[in-house]
Write a new protein. Structure first.
Length: 65
């Protein structure tokens, strides 16, 4: 929501270094949102696999100690 408001303000007009920094922050926010979404999906899949099998995904490939 905040990012949307910042984009609206920048589209109306901004000048100088603060404008550039604002666009950098908007870009980083987009990247972080994508990474957070991917992490959430992987976490849910791992949790469901563990609840169903009682083992962690990929644990059968680990060497036995």
């Amino acid at each position: 929501m905040i990012v949307f408001m910042i984009i609206q303000q920048n589209l109306k007009g901004c000048k100088g270094t603060s404008c550039t920094l604002t666009w950098v922050v908007v870009g980083l926010a987009g990247v972080l949102a994508v990474i957070a979404s991917y992490t959430a999906v992987v976490s849910v899949l791992d949790w469901r696999y563990f609840k169903g099998t009682g083992t962690y995904r990929g644990s059968e490939m680990l060497p036995k100690v």
